[in-house]
Design a protein around this ligand. Structure first.
Ligand code: ADP
Ligand code: ZN
Length: 291
């Protein structure tokens, strides 16, 4: 069966044709500018392709509540041109009103890819963090992708400021929230250099790991996931993994003791699908829509 997949990001739109096995047959990437300019290029890619359903994993906030009047819309994103854009409706208007369209957040999409084919394969309870331009987290709990009132927004939880850190943070809403302190742009604003250029500066990654560990520990104590996957551009700094694992154990401080925590290097892990987790997850969203 052929499915369409769209990984809608603030910087680029990845479009693909693939199948129910997560195999991508054809793929392209389109720069994200405005809906008027970007969407027609997406439709050009899908034009004439015999897809049975489409899956969209989209940057947020988005309305993923089925039955809501604004279901399928991008909500109050700071990317003004996309604010309130009805992306699912726009896809149906252009690719066929009867085309089934599965829709979820970008992070739930990546998590779904990893749960179906990757690092969390077969698990019912797992989370996927992206630490990139923004910070977000997708969650599956009891086998269901978590939405709830809207969807989780862990990037904006309050951080305990670490000793000696005077940085004011970059989040326009909260200053020193998780995203304000630990996103790629936060690292760049704090040190005046790109995160990549800071590769050999241990202080940078110790502090970064300290903030990431706070959020990971909060999720261990709230959702009790069976696996924690850390993805996104900043996590290309592989030295972060052991630092984060150690700090999580310090933060838990012996309060719980499980086989997962005793084998923490296979509990807190990188994504396993070579940065294809998002587009593969979007394929799965399409498949689920007609399941
Ligand atoms: P996005 O979040 O826009 O979808 P990414 O997940 O690639 O995209 O995140 C981009 C952010 O990650 C940038 O702020 C950049 O500084 C940071 N980043 C990208 N590559 C690296 C790297 N190798 N090391 C550290 N930071 C990186
Ligand atoms: Zn914030």
């Amino acid at each position: 069966m052929l499915f369409g997949a769209l990984e809608a990001g603030g910087t680029k739109m990845v479009c693909a044709i693939g199948d129910e096995y997560g195999q991508v047959l054809e793929q392209t990437s389109i720069t994200t500018t405005t809906p008027d300019e970007t969407m027609p290029k997406i439709f050009e890619f899908f034009d004439g392709k015999e897809i049975e359903a489409m899956g969209v994993a989209c940057f947020g906030p988005v309305d993923v509540r089925k039955g809501s009047a604004t279901y399928g819309n991008i909500l109050n994103t700071p990317k003004i041109a996309w604010r309130d854009f009805p992306i699912v409706q726009n896809i149906k208007d252009n690719l066929g009103k009867d085309l089934p369209v599965g829709f979820d957040t970008d992070v739930n999409g990546s998590l779904l890819g990893e749960v179906t084919w990757g690092a969390a394969k077969g698990l019912t309870d797992a989370v996927y963090f992206t630490i990139g331009t923004g910070i977000g987290m997708g969650a599956i709990s009891g086998g269901k992708l978590v939405h709830g009132m809207l969807h989780p927004e862990i990037g904006h939880i309050k951080m305990s400021i670490l000793d000696g850190d005077n940085f004011k943070g970059v989040c326009p809403n909260h200053g020193t929230c998780f995203e304000g302190m630990a996103s790629g742009p936060a690292i760049e604003a704090r040190y005046g250099k790109s995160a990549k250029e800071l590769e050999n500066n241990n202080d940078v990654w110790n502090l970064e790991a300290g903030y990431i560990a706070q959020a990971v520990t909060a999720v261990i104590f709230t959702l009790s996931p069976q696996k924690i996957i850390l993805g996104g551009g900043v996590m290309h700094q592989k030295q972060l993994f052991p630092l984060i694992r150690n700090k999580v154990l310090e933060d838990i401080n012996g309060y719980i003791d499980t086989k997962e925590l005793r084998n923490i290097s296979s509990y807190i892990v990188p994504a396993a699908l070579n940065d294809n987790q998002g587009i593969m997850g979007a394929l799965k969203l399409a498949a689920l829509e007609i399941a």
